[in-house]
Write a protein that binds this ligand. Structure first.
Ligand code: SF4
Ligand code: SF4
Length: 198
């Protein structure tokens, strides 16, 4: 498809704003992972996670031309990030990378984050392709990174040491960590501001 799960009601496509346009020629093909694994709760479409959307007819979306706004707006990050190889299409590796937002959250790290979701088995997290992609997101140091399986998600980055430094940079004894925490925090807040999230 091309979206849901995020609670973002705006027209901003966060994938474009942060990672740029689609990788040329990279199409969904036979993949329907987002039409299965995402929880969609919008005025024009409601479906639970881990359930194929009733509009999907095996060969694709039966209402593609008139599909809901949420579906038009959403894409997984495999379609945007060239360094995730072709083999990383979600239906091939069982992991789906995406950007989500939860502006209702009281946790700063959930306002805008990357999540990688294992769709069938936790073992999919052990794929070196997945590890390299996650390392790339951590090195970019742009957003927080979470992983999710079976409805449970946990924060991978910033880790607990950096979270402590972000919360209290002046009290952090490791000056390099304090500097990195300040830098990440400032950049993150700037992204949230630029995108009108906070
Ligand atoms: S409406 Fe179409 S694009 Fe949206 S989830 Fe259903 S099958 Fe996928
Ligand atoms: S998960 Fe990605 S590749 Fe698969 S159908 Fe959705 S947008 Fe396309």
């Amino acid at each position: 498809m091309e979206n849901p799960s995020s609670s973002d009601p705006s027209n901003t496509r966060y994938e474009d704003a942060i990672f740029g346009p689609l990788v040329p020629g990279r199409e969904c093909g036979e993949c329907a992972s987002c039409c299965v694994f995402l929880n969609i709760n919008t005025p024009d479409l409601t479906k639970p996670a881990d359930t194929l959307c009733p509009h999907h007819i095996g060969s694709g979306c039966s209402i593609y031309e008139t599909r809901p706004h949420a579906c038009r707006k959403w894409r997984c990050l495999w379609r945007h990030i060239e360094t995730i190889p072709n083999q990383g299409r979600p239906d091939r590796i069982g992991v789906m990378f995406s950007i989500e937002t939860d502006t209702e959250s009281r946790n700063l790290f959930e306002y805008l984050y990357i999540v990688y979701r294992a769709t069938a088995s936790r073992d999919a997290f052990d794929d070196p392709l997945v590890s390299r992609a996650v390392d790339g997101f951590v090195d970019q140091c742009l957003l927080s990174v979470w992983r999710s399986f079976d409805g449970q998600k946990s924060q991978v980055f910033p880790d607990k040491y950096m979270v402590a430094a972000i919360n209290d940079p002046d009290g952090e004894e490791d000056r390099d960590l304090a500097a990195k925490a300040r830098e990440w925090h400032g950049r993150y807040l700037a992204i949230l501001s630029r995108l009108g999230i906070k």
